[in-house]
Design a protein around this ligand. Sequence first.
Ligand code: HAM
Length: 423
Amino acid sequence: MSAVQAPKGTYDLLPEDAERRDRIVTAAAAVFVAHGYHRMVTPEFEETALFERGVGEATDIVRKEMYTFPDRGGRSLTLRPEGTAPICRAYVEHGLHKWPQPVKLWYYCPMFRYEKPQAGRYREHYQLGAEALGSASPMVDAEIIAMLAELYAELGLGPLRLLVNSMGDAACRPAYVELLREYLRGRRPELCGECAERIDTNPLRTFDCKVAACRQVLDEAPRIVDHLCPDCRSHFDAVLALLRGVGLQPELDFRLVRGLDYYTRTTFEFQSASLGPTQNAVGGGGRYDGLVAQLGGPPTPGMGFGSGLERVTLVMQQPLQVSAAPLAYVVALTEEARGQAFLLAQRLRHEGLGAELDLAGRSPKGQLKQVARSGARAAVLVGLPEAPSGTVRLRDPQGGAERDVPEEALAAELRALADGIPA
Ligand code: HAM
């Protein structure tokens, strides 16, 4: 019988990589908390309508990538493909607009998208994200972008470019979209079928197209930054000035419409050349001042980002050092001593000290081999016939030096060892 494998586009994290992942999330949490963001958890699946309304019917995510299924009660549910719409839903559902604004939230969770799997692109990927709801200040945009830059610097990511754009708002975007539509109509024969279709449904999405001919047509298209209303222009200028003020170097990219329909004003991405041409974004996001209202809430501005953990790991220059080695390995030298070894290991763990022992019936020699293999800093030998009662033997697995220690003093000795204090 052939063995069952993980579904295409998903992966397992074996312990060392899982521990590395935890370290990244812990570092991220510290950065987010220092900026006043609080952890938020939303369900793994939502009603399909949330994403159709929030992310947009014309986007690739909604058209081609969602894992949508009827549940046994006949409701249409969708595995979360992105984190912003759920956060906005929860903001409305729990009346968070009554909290002091802005409400600043962060999350870490899996996202599901039926994409073509390749390095850095999965059908289940994990995102770190943050959202600030309830302030239209350009300082929020700059705070979010600078916070992500700080996290990437702390994790030692390789060289990154920061690309930014403005998508305008309800005041200036409709006129721009019409202008773009007119322009694209004139060049329709040069466009791929999908882009030709998008002229009528959502012409901004043509900027996402990777087909060379379409890209050329869009190179010559009118650019939204040249058609911003005064409010959007001054917002964008303020964001750029704040970013430069904290030492970042934003580069303008007129193509950066990003694959979700909710963006207004600022969009941004951190890109790395080492990820390859088609999925080079380590993280990205933007402002979505209309989304909460679109989901039935009060008019509420918002700004946020999402960053894929897999891509962060790919771009880290040095993998994080993790050690799974226990502090102590308790060795039972006789069959009768196994019970004592078990109790001793439990006692040490209870004191917060990492302890291992043999659970596979190995001989004393086999257990001593395991001590070396485990990387434990100390071997604790129990069941020595010549040792005074109430004592155990503490051995340095590296140098072999050993001495007898009263059982009551063992925890203190091991703690000193862990802290690097010589005996
Ligand atoms: P997004 O650009 O679709 O934005 O995804 C954010 C990040 O998730 C990407 O930059 C990338 O690092 C990672 N990512 C996306 N898809 C995949 C995939 N298939 N495999 C691996 N990594 C992937 C959003 O999802 C928005 N919710 C971000 C946002 C938050 N905007 C405002 N607030």
